[in-house]
Design a binder for this molecule. Sequence first.
Ligand code: NAD
Length: 417
Amino acid sequence: MGEKREDSASVTRRTFVGAAGASLLAGGAAIAQAVPEVPNRAVGRPRPRDLPAEPLPDDRRLGFAVVGLGKLALSEIVDAFGVTRRARLAALVSGDRDKARRVGARYGVPEDALYGYEDFDRIAGDPRIDAVYIVLPNGLHREFAERAFRAGKHVLCEKPLATNVADCEAMIAAARTAGRKLMTAYRCQFEPHNLTAMRMLRRGELGEIKVVSADIGRAADPTDPSDQWRLDRELAGSGSLFDIGIYALNGARFLLNEEPVEVRAQLFAKPGDARFAEVEDVVAWQMRFPSGVLFNGSTSYSYAFSNSIQVIGTGGIMTFDPAIEYHAQRLRIRAGGQDRVIQWSPIDQFAREIDHFCASISDGIPVVADGEEGLQDVRLMLAILEAGRTGRAVATDWGYRRSADPATTVPDGQGVA
Ligand code: NAD
């Protein structure tokens, strides 16, 4: 698996309290209240912790085909459609027909909306499908994105966008040719702790930022099929950097709202560890930003589960730990003589991300994490690996600027109104 997961049923059922549905747990004290179960909807399993705004009527929600029914799709994404306001689960695409039938039966997806990888192109004739959500191994993202665009559908694609620059550029070009939208599924950009932090940093509440540090990694299990492709260069692109180190990179970029101009790195894999025959293990890297901020981070597929990001300024420190959980982020802020813990009640980041994509399609608002945003991380990760291999600093100021800042584009609260 990519990130640590928890069984959604084990998540404490809490709701948002206070204005605009926001729950801030200040000073470490939990403010939460139990909520009753809400009735099931036709598609998906509602999560009481989200209590979303009423979904739009079926005919006004966009239909999604989920492509790939692996761990992430089954543990998070199909369920997210139970709390999306603007999207509905319309179709499933899998290489395993029996699995697709079982999942379809559970989530109300009819037999004639189950597709295989071979007959995927038939979605062109299925008006129930407006967009596809690609949840396949990284090396397959380009092929399925191009096929989806040829079928006239919009594409929300899991991170990393692809395993190399050429594939990312081909996906962006295919979207343009088709006149359809492409989004990279960076869920953290829709996550309340991250949005809170972005806004505080934009307001200068930590003073002048000096250093960002992050360590995000875990131990890969070569007996787990979901990790086997992650240790295969062609399917994964690289080791943990492309899988979870990407959160440190993307997080530093969106927290600071600027792009690194230079990267340096060191790589290490223990000789004889068969997991690292094709992909990197430890990557420790530094980045320099135009404002002078320095980033220092690491990622690994052999160390204990680690999941933290820290921002240090002249006026305070903010620490995300855990930083990339699906349902239990935590942000500690020490600034202005105060020491606070901000802990929003769990929300569904995937649902927020999907609803944002729908808003961008239906209302024409800019996609917060578009194809170029996915390309930028792939280019930077490749520069980091080059720096590690050569032992030299690599210049990365090739002029990229994000088209939309999540801090100002994504609203607070639940879902995207
Ligand atoms: P997984 O291995 O559990 O699932 C992948 C699915 O693709 C499986 O159903 C598998 O059968 C299918 N597949 C089709 N062709 C395949 C092939 N040639 N080799 C291997 N599998 C093949 O992986 P996952 O953890 O669900 O990850 C899928 C994607 O989602 C990846 O791009 C990953 O980076 C991303 N991901 C994102 C998050 C997040 O929080 N946003 C979390 C985990 C994974």
